[in-house]
Design a binder for this molecule. Sequence first.
Ligand SMILES: *[C@@H]1O[C@H](CO)[C@@H](O)[C@H](O)[C@H]1NC(C)=O
Ligand SMILES: *[C@@H]1O[C@H](CO)[C@@H](O)[C@H](O)[C@H]1NC(C)=O
Ligand SMILES: *[C@@H]1O[C@H](CO)[C@@H](O)[C@H](O)[C@H]1NC(C)=O
Ligand SMILES: *[C@@H]1O[C@H](CO)[C@@H](O)[C@H](O)[C@H]1NC(C)=O
Ligand SMILES: *[C@@H]1O[C@H](CO)[C@@H](O)[C@H](O)[C@H]1NC(C)=O
Ligand SMILES: *[C@@H]1O[C@H](CO)[C@@H](O)[C@H](O)[C@H]1NC(C)=O
Ligand SMILES: *[C@@H]1O[C@H](CO)[C@@H](O)[C@H](O)[C@H]1NC(C)=O
Ligand SMILES: *[C@@H]1O[C@H](CO)[C@@H](O)[C@H](O)[C@H]1NC(C)=O
Ligand SMILES: *[C@@H]1O[C@H](CO)[C@@H](O)[C@H](O)[C@H]1NC(C)=O
Length: 743
Amino acid sequence: MKPGCSPLLLSGHLLLLCLTAICVLAAAADDVWPAGQRPGCPAKCGDIDIPFPFGLGEQCAFHNGFNLNCTTVDGATKLIWGNIEVTRVSVPDGKAWMVTGISWQCYFPSTRTVDYDKVWLDLTNTDFWISEVDNAITVIGCKALAYMTSSTYVIGCSSTCTDGVSLNNNTCDGARGCCQADVPKGVQYYEGYFNELYNTTEIWKDSPCNYMAVMEKEAFSFKTSYVNSTVFNDTYKGKVPVVLNWRIQPQTCEIAQTNMSSYACISRDSECVNTTGGNMLGYRCNCSHGYEGNPYIMNGCQDIDECANANPCGLEICQNTPGNFSCSCRPGYYETNGVCVPKTSHFQSMPIVGASIGFVVLVIFVACACLIRERTTLENMKQNYFRQHGGVILFNEMRSKEGNTFKIFREEELKQATDNFSEKNVLGHGGHGTVYKGLLKGNAVEVAVKKCKTIDDQHKKEFGKEMVILAQINHRNIVKLLGCCLEVEVPMLVYEFVPNGTLFHLIHGNHGQCVSLATRLGIAIESADALAYLHSSASIPILHGDVKTPNILLDGNHSAKVSDFGASILAPTDESQFVTLVQGTCGYLDPEYMQTCYLTDKSDVYSFGVVLVELLTGKIPFNLDAPEKEKSLAMMFMSAMKENRLADILDDQIKGEDNVEIIEEIAELAKVCLDMCGDNRPSMKEVTEKLDGLMKVMRHPWAQQNPEEMEGLLSEPMDNSTIGSAEFFSIEKKAINAMQSGR
Ligand SMILES: *[C@@H]1O[C@H](CO)[C@@H](O)[C@H](O)[C@H]1NC(C)=O
Ligand SMILES: *[C@@H]1O[C@H](CO)[C@@H](O)[C@H](O)[C@H]1NC(C)=O
Ligand SMILES: *[C@@H]1O[C@H](CO)[C@@H](O)[C@H](O)[C@H]1NC(C)=O
Ligand SMILES: *[C@@H]1O[C@H](CO)[C@@H](O)[C@H](O)[C@H]1NC(C)=O
Ligand SMILES: *[C@@H]1O[C@H](CO)[C@@H](O)[C@H](O)[C@H]1NC(C)=O
Ligand SMILES: *[C@@H]1O[C@H](CO)[C@@H](O)[C@H](O)[C@H]1NC(C)=O
Ligand SMILES: *[C@@H]1O[C@H](CO)[C@@H](O)[C@H](O)[C@H]1NC(C)=O
Ligand SMILES: *[C@@H]1O[C@H](CO)[C@@H](O)[C@H](O)[C@H]1NC(C)=O
Ligand SMILES: *[C@@H]1O[C@H](CO)[C@@H](O)[C@H](O)[C@H]1NC(C)=O
């Protein structure tokens, strides 16, 4: 059989075709981030590339220390850092090329004086220092002793011209008009300094000036003309290049990795490297072995196609793999003991074997083609979702905020954390979706991952913006939103994990545990405070929209954490924006909302009223199996209050306690919260203050003997004008009266 007809040769071509396709598609999928710089940020200043973490303006730089300025002076475009000109920055080796001055010492025959210009460079309190590898202290002159100095070191060399020794181009050995000395490690400050005893007073006719510069070794080569003229200064126009090293942050890798929100190596396939250089402790990021690009931006590190240029497999077939490559035998050869040897002839004489190999090849090809298709559509889909969900806005916003702990997760990360959303990690199913427990790889933080079922178009667009707001919520009684994942059809939310179950479980669970009134009141206060914060303190009012006991989580000490606000909607900022589509829960839903479809902060107050009743009665808010009148707990409670038989429906666990007044007060409060008309309900802030007052009364029975102080305690938060209902005010008064009259 001629080699041209061999099915194996065909396979080689197909494989190559297949590989080319992978490469092309992989390249196409990465158009989201421009190479080396974040979206929306200029990647060039004139001809100079500006890779992230550097950037033009604070928004585009990792932090202000990497903020550059691109300006045009006298028609020349220049990149400026602080007040120093930058000619180049390099991310892979953590270097920046800047421009510094030349120090000089000249004799001026006209005035018969020696004059100086002593240049200094100050990088203290920055993340930059002078590279000891790339620079040298360079001194030029026939009678010069110059140093680079600071308050802690002096290092330099002496340059002379010895009689009878001729100067040579490219020779800088100390005896021929030039000397060089090594730069110490980790230098951030220096001043050029000339020893005055060595000057050109006596030799100015042959050599008017001495020069000293800390400059890039590679940019310097000695010329004989440097000694007897100002050529050196003129060549560089008084400015020489100096190579600086930089670190991204002043911590070692290990410490930086403990805080993922500020950790800079965010690209996949990147790694952290400690910086070395005297006491300049810190870290930088590098793409992992087999990858290249920018480790500081998302997806910045790209696989290197090792097969693209020189074939590392020699004559055999090279196949690129993520981070590496592999070699396989070319057609007509097979591998044995790691070497490719020609196939024996009896193989070729068996057409059936050939045909079956052909078939296998075909199968492989089809499988390969399918895989590629699937992969690209998947990757494209991810990118689309990310964009659709406002990921770019969110990403920029988050980067620019200091001290934020919000993270944008990759789908892979969350898959890994939740064991591929395994059934055994399900924490609960809700109206909106399913919550999984997860363990983040790396810093081993326990999280709750919420995977929602659907999202409507309006929210799709707004999602990134909403996240920006939700991420700023910081209250000890609200479950912290740690991050989100946008590259999926329905974004996923990642919350802090709260270990001790829900309030629903505490009240209705069959755990045989007695829950005291104080505990219940404490939980009520904390939840109310959290809702009040959402309504008023957060930068934009946020409505919860689904307040219920299953959404109040408890940590170790029965401290409440309100969850699931992420599913709610930001409060409308102007009257015309109606808020719709909230999915409340039966039994908790504000009756007014059901009529008007207009969600207000008072809807949350209503739902909270139901929670209060639940705390008092220990009954579930909606029971389909109960007789008609008792289906809704809120209705049952209201009629019990009306008929003055609160005691009948109280939870046995708190009935016995001698806190009858307190219980009655809470019941009264629940009653106003459950008012049919939203306007008559108190605000969450008022509810919190009221509950707080009751807690103080419970904690300090001594106040009975001290009615004035008591009055102070209780009346403090009162402000008649802000209270919507007269009834609410009267409760407050009653509490004071009850306490003053003793129980
Ligand atoms: C950039 O330089 C220009 C001109 O020197 C100056 O007006 C501007 O404030 C600078 N911007 C920053 C961010 O330093
Ligand atoms: C050094 O190089 C310059 C040109 O760069 C040349 O004019 C000069 O003659 C050279 N000197 C020696 C000693 O080779
Ligand atoms: C220059 O050097 C001479 C010695 O060569 C010294 O006497 C003189 O003081 C120096 N001049 C200055 C200005 O330091
Ligand atoms: C400097 O010295 C070189 C020889 O070393 C000579 O060719 C040149 O003309 C001199 N230049 C001046 C300005 O004296
Ligand atoms: C060196 O060059 C700079 C800029 O051209 C100039 O300001 C300075 O006076 C020069 N120094 C000497 C000693 O010629
Ligand atoms: C970084 O430096 C720290 C402290 O010097 C050391 O413990 C750690 O192993 C280093 N990490 C890497 C990745 O080199
Ligand atoms: C970082 O990556 C560059 C190539 O991208 C490589 O030359 C360098 O050695 C790496 N540094 C470390 C510390 O691994
Ligand atoms: C790359 O693959 C070769 C074998 O093909 C293996 O020896 C080497 O360790 C791999 N390198 C990495 C970084 O995985
Ligand atoms: C993590 O980094 C952020 C931003 O730099 C900072 O505000 C926060 O305090 C850090 N957290 C910890 C635990 O160090």
